[in-house]
Ligand binder design. Sequence first.
Ligand SMILES: Nc1ncnc2c1ncn2[C@@H]1O[C@H](COP(=O)(O)OP(=O)(O)O)[C@@H](O)[C@H]1O
Ligand SMILES: [Mg+2]
Length: 258
Amino acid sequence: MTRVIGVVSGKGGVGKTTIASNLALALNEFNKRVMIIDTNLTTPNLGFHMGIPLYPKTFHDLLRGEAYPEEATYIHPSGVHVIPAGISLNDLKKTDPKNMDNVILDLVGDHDIILLDGAAGLGKEGMAGIKASDELLIVTNPELPAVTDALKAVKLAEETGTHILGVVLNKHNNVSSELTVSEVEALMGYPVISTISGDNQMQASLAAKTPLISYKPNSQASHEIKKLAGNLIGIDYQPPVQARTTGFFSKIFGFLKS
Ligand SMILES: Nc1ncnc2c1ncn2[C@@H]1O[C@H](COP(=O)(O)OP(=O)(O)O)[C@@H](O)[C@H]1O
Ligand SMILES: [Mg+2]
């Protein structure tokens, strides 16, 4: 059975698209058949993250009943199926998100997982995405504005009865100015199931139109995202020993050699 997993937040810029696009590739590496859809109708940008050229038919067209799913589906070189959203203002003006759950139901096909890259904010389209999801990942950052906004997404999910898988704490640098994991859990009332480090290669990966797990597969954030992907499908992903120990051993050997 296909699982529809929404990647949502309250505040924009917390990392939904980054996490959704990387998760899509990671789940694909775990041999899952994955589709990812840009449900951010107002300010879509999944296409930039995945390196997709301007696409003739988009999720906006599907919502308006003006395209067949195959026409709006781009096959990423990894094999992940991607439905980008239209980036023109006209697309936005002419499209009503209220049909989103039915349109997504039609896309279920033979995918194991459909990831929804969530809307900015919690207006009509944000609500439609939450309603269209079976399960949700709530993305936030370790700071109060992001957490208080994420809490609104949680409340909406509880009202619609959408199952919350947990909180993904992104841009987590473990510094004293940040909220701690237990503080975030206490505020949100849900467990933090993943922490993802702030990674200064993220911007370079965006410029290269290649999600981090392909761009820098051995970075800490890449391993953390793969761990989260594994967690979603019951696989206990462990980073390769070399990746975990390189820093440690090179420091020791560097010390011994000096
Ligand atoms: N773990 C991270 N470390 C560093 N930068 C990040 C991280 N996650 C996201 N970003 C950056 O934050 C910005 C917003 O991310 P994005 O995924 O577009 O957020 P959203 O989809 O929630 O609006 C982008 O510039 C992205 O590269
Ligand atoms: Mg986004």
